[in-house]
Design a binder for this molecule. Structure first.
Ligand code: THU
Length: 131
């Protein structure tokens, strides 16, 4: 399933709000609940670099902290010619809250896009089923 234009626009709009004084590498995200609510995410960096939070996790933590648990789509936007993919830490957090088959749309500049899924991003994932 492809991402609706509105979801893509929310992820791209986040690029302007990203707090990236160190990397100057903005990332935007839009996490869509099964009920259709949109949670925007952006990366938030810190002078203590390791404390920086990625756009994907910002969106997930915003949604989960509002009581959301059911998601249907994630869009990730980079200000890059080719789409960027979530980092390893974010893939694990995405896998915690999103079904393996959930679609993930990766966007680059000028509408370049790549469609993938949670399980393609994190094969052989460790989940609660392993505990
Ligand atoms: N970043 C994200 O927000 N999401 C990703 O999927 C990859 C990396 C951020 C972290 C840091 O603020 C900047 O991009 C450069 O690594």
């Amino acid at each position: 399933m492809t991402a609706k234009k509105e979801w893509q626009d929310v992820a791209v709009a986040a690029l302007d709000k990203a707090y990236v004084p160190y990397s100057h590498f903005p990332v935007g995200a839009c996490l869509v609940t099964k009920s259709g609510k949109l949670y925007q995410g952006l990366n938030i960096e810190n002078a203590s670099y390791g404390l920086s939070n990625c756009a994907e996790r910002t969106a997930i933590f915003k949604a989960v902290s509002e009581g959301e648990r059911e998601f249907q789509h994630l869009v990730v936007a980079g200000h890059t010619p080719e789409p960027i993919a979530p980092c390893g830490a974010c893939r694990q957090v995405i896998a915690e809250f999103c079904e393996p088959t959930m679609p993930v749309t990766l966007l680059g500049d000028d509408g370049v896009q790549f469609e993938t899924t949670v399980e393609k991003l994190l094969p052989y994932m460790f989940t609660d089923k392993d505990l």
